[in-house]
Design a protein around this ligand. Structure first.
Ligand SMILES: [Zn+2]
Length: 133
C-alpha cells in the first residue's frame, strides 16, 4: 500500500511539474485567484481531491518556475468576487453565487458571460492592476 501511495503521489507531482512548465513557457505572467482551499472544500463538499492540496503544490511549482525566467505569478485576493462581477461594466451579480449557473447576461450592460471565462478575465484584470500599482 505504501508503495502504491508513493507512486500515485509521484505521478501527481510529475503532472503538476509538466503543467506548470507548459504554462510558464507559454506566458509572460500568470494571474491566479488566491483560493482558500480548506474553506472551499468545507463549504462545497468537494471532498479529498481538493483538500489534499494539489492546488497549493501547483502554485508553488508555478511561482518558482516563472521566477526562474524573470516572470511573475500574481495572486489576486481571495475576497475578490471574480465570478460575480461583470468583466465589462463591473456590475455585481449575486445570482452567480449559484455554481450551477454556467452562463449569464449582465442586467446592467447586457453582455453575455460564460461563468469561467468572465471570472478568468476579472482575475487577469485584478492581477494586472497589481503589476501596475
Ligand atoms: Zn455588465
Amino acid at each position: 500500500m505504501a508503495k502504491l501511495h508513493e507512486k500515485v503521489s509521484n505521478q501527481r507531482k510529475d503532472f503538476l511539474h509538466k503543467r506548470s512548465r507548459q504554462i510558464t513557457n507559454a506566458y509572460d505572467g500568470v494571474c491566479i485567484e488566491d483560493l482558500d482551499m480548506k474553506a472551499m472544500s468545507r463549504s462545497l463538499n468537494l471532498g479529498k481531491s481538493v483538500s489534499d492540496n494539489g492546488w497549493g503544490m501547483f502554485t508553488i511549482f508555478l511561482k518558482y518556475k516563472l521566477e526562474e525566467q524573470g516572470k511573475k505569478l500574481m495572486k489576486v485576493g481571495r475576497f475578490f468576487v471574480s465570478s460575480q462581477t461583470c468583466s465589462v461594466c463591473g456590475y455585481k451579480n449575486v445570482k452567480t453565487k449559484n455554481l450551477a449557473l454556467r452562463e449569464w447576461d449582465c442586467p446592467q450592460c447586457g453582455n453575455h458571460h460564460d461563468r469561467d471565462v468572465n471570472a478568468a478575465i476579472n482575475i487577469r484584470n485584478g492581477g494586472m492592476r497589481l503589476v501596475n500599482a
